[in-house]
Design a protein around this ligand. Structure first.
Ligand code: SF4
Length: 192
């Protein structure tokens, strides 16, 4: 979306974007004292699961039947499409707002994506950045252009057209988003 101050809609949208991030953070924070329902994807039995306070990433994976047979775990995307991607070494971490906050991350939804070795992380990055490109309000260039460039580089990598400079640029773009984005949406994405 092109930011249009004259129409004024981007101002409203920007507030809506941040409000929605904060609302998901608040839902996740509720897990300190009450169950929260998560949609789990990529496990043997994908679906909706009620997660109790104190549940770890490993336990939620077990609840959903574990990873599909013959596959190896690559990562767990907690609270996608924002949130954070955690590895095998983090399986004993308790699901909660503290886990995201410790990494300057924010919740995007009550969704957990189990990523196995058949997931191409570059393709995953492309799909993620393309989707989020539709959801940002366009207010600030760090987020708007950063996402556009990240999607472009990820697509180029999948087509074997990316250069070494592009890979270095990915890091710069992520840092720029983290430090320069106007709201939590872009800052959290940069940290992810
Ligand atoms: S970081 Fe900027 S462009 Fe992205 S949603 Fe927030 S205000 Fe909009």
């Amino acid at each position: 979306m092109i930011f249009s101050k004259s129409k004024g809609y981007a101002i409203i949208k920007e507030e809506e974007v941040e409000k929605s991030v904060l609302a998901f953070d608040q839902t996740l924070a509720g897990l300190q004292s009450q169950p929260v329902t998560f949609h789990v994807e990529g496990a043997t039995n994908p679906g909706r699961y009620q997660v109790m306070p104190g549940t770890t990433l490993a336990q939620v994976m077990e609840m959903a039947g574990g990873i599909p047979e013959g596959r190896k775990l690559k990562g767990i995307h907690l609270c996608s499409p924002l949130g954070g991607i955690f590895g095998e070494g983090d399986l004993d971490q308790v699901i909660g707002i503290e886990l995201l906050e410790a990494h300057s991350l924010h919740a995007g939804d009550m969704r957990i994506d189990i990523l196995c070795d058949d997931t191409c992380m570059v393709d995953y990055l492309y799909r993620l950045s393309s989707t989020l490109l539709e959801e940002n309000c366009g207010r600030c260039s760090f987020c708007r252009e950063g996402l556009r460039q990240i999607a472009r580089i990820a697509e180029d990598i999948t087509r074997k057209k990316a250069s070494a400079d592009d890979l270095a640029l990915l890091q710069v773009l992520a840092e720029g988003m983290q430090e320069g984005s106007y709201c939590l949406f872009g800052r959290s994405l940069g940290a992810l």
